[in-house]
Design a protein around this ligand. Structure first.
Ligand code: IMP
Ligand code: MG
Length: 174
């Protein structure tokens, strides 16, 4: 087994503070609108559950699943929606909730999909915005943390399904 080193990036307390802040902005922006949070499985499950509990407005929730990674550290480039949403999203305001945006190909594919389903608006809320390898020109409307590069784990983010349960975020060094 290779030695894996975890370098701290965000503490539990820092995450809590950042989520409180963006939840306030989202609550203001979507006041009076039919908001649906669409969590991108699996990575966004912890972020979404914290985010929704900090909102001061009502929101519906659904999940979508896509795959492009397998157990590697970089995107295969081909994004497949392996589990579409069940809800009727027509005329709803959708906020796609992602753990981390890297190339942006996953969210770009999803934005096209939801627009074709007749959503009133589609925006992106990514816990982490990692911009160095961006390929798709997508707007990251809300984020808790921006970083240029590095493979991050914890708080829902995994490496080969490990580390999702860590309360903080770490840079994984191999
Ligand atoms: P994209 O399509 O390249 O933007 O890939 C986004 C997906 O890749 C994310 O939802 C994550 O599941 C995964 N991913 C990208 N970078 C990282 C990382 O640093 N740590 C963990 N997962 C990552
Ligand atoms: Mg993901």
């Amino acid at each position: 087994m290779t030695l894996q080193q975890l370098v701290p990036v965000l503490t539990k307390e820092e995450i809590e503070k950042k989520i409180t802040d963006i939840a306030e902005i989202i609550s203001r922006d979507y006041a009076g609108k039919d908001l649906v949070l669409i969590g991108v499985l699996k990575g966004a499950f912890i972020f979404l559950s914290d985010l929704v509990r900090h909102l001061s407005i009502p929101a519906q929730i659904d999940f979508i699943r896509a795959s492009s990674y397998g157990d590697t550290m970089s995107s295969s480039g081909t994004v497949t929606l392996t589990q579409p949403v069940r809800m009727d999203v027509r005329n709803k305001h959708l906020l796609l909730v992602e753990d981390i945006v890297d190339t942006g190909l996953t969210l770009s594919r999803m934005m096209d999909y939801f627009r074709s389903q007749g959503a009133a608006s589609v925006k992106i809320c990514a816990f982490i915005d990692k911009y160095e390898r961006r390929e798709a020109n997508i707007p990251v409307d809300y984020t808790c943390h921006s970083t240029q590069e590095g493979f991050l784990v914890g708080y829902g983010l995994d490496y080969a399904e490990n580390y999702r349960g860590l309360p903080g975020v770490y840079h994984l060094k191999m």
